[in-house]
Design a binder for this molecule. Structure first.
Ligand SMILES: C[S@@+](CC[C@H](N)C(=O)[O-])C[C@H]1O[C@@H](n2cnc3c(N)ncnc32)[C@H](O)[C@@H]1O
Length: 201
């Protein structure tokens, strides 16, 4: 009897894990839809607020991208805490995008938008800041070199950006989440911008 219950539970757990992995592969391009830990979200929002307050030209809109926005929770939190900014979540998974749009409408957040798109092809040249909790950071690092303006802030939860990016800060953040303890902070410098422009000539 006990062994039968054990086998039933084992079967249910295996089936759940199988469906979970199929879901990640089919809808999430192999990157699981896990949210950034609350303590890391809080730290990122304080960095965004400082960056927004310190910019020279405050007549221009301050645009924040969450690349791979999942169910859109973090983008919603940023938009509500920074009503002066425009927040755009980019998400490839249809169900996650639909959920995000439904929540945006329900919560009536005017400075928030979601795009159902691939981060590698979506144009982010108007970004003032980019937040990431994403893998494939060599490929994404290249895109950020190509598209971002000097002075753009980038935060990356857990993973280092590739393609030559050097973090300005590598912060330890205490969280209850077992695998989220590190936040990397980058700024696109004018030197990087010129180096990339030179490489194109
Ligand atoms: C770890 S979640 C991050 C969620 C949210 N940004 C946060 O920090 O709480 C990463 C998300 O990236 C999405 N994703 C993976 N590859 C993508 C791509 N090429 N374009 C857009 N979204 C992608 C996945 O579907 C997943 O929802």
């Amino acid at each position: 009897m006990a062994i039968e219950i054990f086998l039933d539970v084992l079967f249910a757990v295996t089936l759940f894990l199988l469906l979970w992995n199929v879901n990640i592969l089919v809808f999430n391009r192999g990157i699981p839809n896990i949210r950034t830990a609350p303590a890391i979200r809080k730290k990122i929002i304080s960095l965004l607020k400082e960056h927004e307050a310190a910019r020279a030209d405050r007549t221009q809109p301050y645009i924040i991208y969450d690349l791979g926005s999942g169910n859109g929770l973090f983008a919603r939190q940023i938009a509500r805490e920074m009503p002066q900014a425009t927040v755009i979540g980019v998400e490839v998974s249809g169900p996650s995008y639909d959920w995000s749009m439904m929540m945006k409408k329900q919560m009536k957040i005017g400075n928030l938008d979601y795009k159902h798109a691939d981060v590698f092809t979506h144009d982010i040249r108007d970004a003032s800041a980019v937040v990431l909790f994403f893998y494939q950071l060599d490929k994404l690092g290249k895109k950020l070199h190509e598209e971002l303006k000097p002075g753009t802030l980038i935060t990356s939860n857990k993973f280092r950006l590739g393609d030559g990016w050097q973090p300005a800060q590598s912060l330890k953040v205490w969280t209850l989440y077992p695998f989220q303890k590190r936040l990397f902070v980058y700024y696109k410098t004018s030197l990087q911008y010129l180096a990339f422009a030179g490489a194109l000539l």
